[in-house]
Design a protein around this ligand. Structure first.
Ligand code: NAP
Length: 488
């Protein structure tokens, strides 16, 4: 690609007035080969955007009624003759059946919209394959990341970005203009070698979520097993009591907050490790290990999963009194009390514990909701950097501290009660406290003025033991140069 081409914006604001050779994007005739779902949605969107549309079908008579009346539906060869830009809305497997059209297609722009069923399914991308079948055409890859539904409902309701690549800058610009008139945002992905990557995008299943989801599932499984041993297996072995009914709600509800709480601390732990590394090496320019890099990049997803588990925990907790088992146990306790002629069962300490525990839990959930909402791109984009970092960093840390209070009030003095150590296993909440308390203590240490100051300097570019050139005026007024350590 020439330097001149590179300098041109993808969407140039060229005036078309007075130049008969240039057709304005809207008003231009666009061809569509194929009459399936995608072709139909594309034709509707193009017509609505002010384009003339000519559809090429193997059976135009049968398919014409499926298209808006403003679109012309004709035989493939006829359609291709009427336009310079043709969307190939046909599956890759059928590209070879279009080879008869090679002569009429020569010199035209073909837009490859196809997707595959598997990642890296073929050796070459579909667009490169199309280009190899029609060497006299210019192929542009694009529009495959938008669905037929998005095309029909308009760009407002769906993904607005259209990724485009081609070896011809001019053809790319033409297709980008069409996309923009249709209400999409064209994104230049470079030359044709990017087509493979663009074709893989719609096939990826939650790529950024895999590690956080496995992490959450792993933690859930560990805590679930631990709680199962303590709440179901222990009473069965020690007292021959059947507590299996606890599994669907009680065991799950004691597991969810553990996962949520530990996940929340895992959002802030990589930041602590990164700060330790920067303090140790005295520089911010040293690359973090890959695992820490990956962890830092997944913090948003880990935080959202933490919020998801916390929200489920809140719903499960609200439903606890609805259970039959709860009612039976309540009545049993009441009858026992009556038989023992106990008039008051009020325990002041327990009342206070519960009041504080619930109130703190609600505040923690409120803060987590705020963190989750502000991580949504549309909200995050409306915040400036200071606002975003205040909410995600400061309020996030406060949420972790409040969740710790929630956990501590739940446990209260139970950690010191030997009956709580089933099979010598400590209560679950004491285990969950380990990572969050480490993070909180580390954050408190980092906020000490001497450490905070050093960390701030490092983050502004200061490096331990780095020598810089300096220039000093001599007694005679001349300048002499030397070296000194920048940390002096
Ligand atoms: P479709 O409903 O099956 O339509 C395919 C069309 O290809 C047929 O209607 C047919 O039209 C035409 N065709 C031409 N030669 C053919 C042949 N030899 N055998 C069979 N059909 C032939 O598929 P679609 O969903 O519209 O998808 C079309 C392309 O768009 C695919 O490459 C797909 O990956 C891509 N795409 C689709 C979506 C979507 O949401 N559907 C999204 C992104 C990309 P005639 O009978 O009129 O010739």
């Amino acid at each position: 690609m020439s330097r001149g081409d590179m300098a041109k914006p993808l969407l140039g604001h060229r005036s078309t007035e007075g130049d008969p050779s240039i057709t304005p994007a809207a008003g231009r005739t666009i061809g569509v080969l194929g009459s399936g779902d995608f072709a139909r949605s594309l034709a509707i969107r193009l017509v609505c955007s002010g384009f003339k549309v000519v559809v090429g079908s193997r059976n135009p008579k049968r398919k014409a009624s499926l298209f808006p009346s403003a679109a012309e539906v004709t035989f493939q060869a006829e359609a291709v003759k009427k336009t310079d830009v043709i969307f190939v809305a046909v599956f890759r497997e059928h590209y070879s059946t279009l080879c008869d059209l090679a002569d009429v297609l020569a010199g035209k722009i073909l837009v490859d919209v196809s997707n595959n069923t598997e990642i890296n399914h073929h050796k070459e991308s579909n667009a490169e394959y199309l280009a190899s079948l029609f060497p006299a055409c210019t192929v542009v890859k694009g529009f495959n990341v938008v669905s037929a539904w998005t095309l029909q409902s308009g760009a407002r309701d769906g993904n607005k970005q259209v990724l485009i690549c081609s070896n011809s800058q001019e053809a790319k610009r033409t297709v980008a203009e069409i996309a923009q008139v249709m209400g999409f945002t064209p994104v230049d992905m470079g030359c044709m070698s990017s087509a493979r990557e663009i074709e893989n995008i719609p096939l990826r299943l939650l790529p950024a979520w895999k590690i956080p989801i496995f992490l959450a599932l792993g933690l859930f499984l560990c805590f679930f097993t631990y709680n199962l041993i303590r709440q179901v297996i222990h009473p069965f072995i020690r007292e021959q009591k059947n507590k299996l009914y606890k599994i669907p709600i009680e065991v799950v509800n004691t597991t969810l907050p553990c996962v949520s709480y530990v996940m929340l601390s895992l959002v802030y732990l990589p930041g602590v490790l990164a700060a330790c590394s920067q303090l140790y090496y005295g520089t911010k320019y040293r690359r973090f290990p890959d695992w820490l890099d990956q962890w830092l990049q997944h913090r948003k997803q880990i935080g959202l999963l933490s919020f998801f588990c916390a929200a489920l925990h809140a719903v499960y907790s609200l439903c606890l009194p609805m259970r039959r088992s709860h009612r039976y146990l309540l009545i049993e306790t009441a009858v026992k009390q009556a038989m023992e002629k106990k008039m008051s069962i009020w325990v002041e300490e327990e009342v206070w514990r519960m009041e504080i525990y619930i109130s703190v839990g609600i505040i923690a959930l409120g803060l987590l909701s705020l963190l989750a909402i502000t991580s949504l791109p549309s909200i995050a984009n409306s915040l400036n950097w200071r606002e975003f970092s205040f909410i995600q960093s400061t309020l996030g840390f406060i949420a972790l501290v409040i969740s710790t209070l929630h956990t501590l009030t739940y446990g209260w003095s139970r950690a010191f009660d030997e009956n709580q150590y089933k099979f010598y296993l400590p209560p679950t909440y004491t285990l969950t406290l380990l990572v969050p308390c480490t993070v909180i203590i580390a954050k408190v240490i980092f906020s000490l003025p001497c450490i905070q100051h050093r960390l701030l300097r490092i983050r502004r570019g200061w490096e331990k033991g780095r020598y810089v050139k300096f220039v000093l005026p001599s007694a005679t007024g001349e300048y002499s140069s030397g070296e000194t350590s920048s940390n002096v």
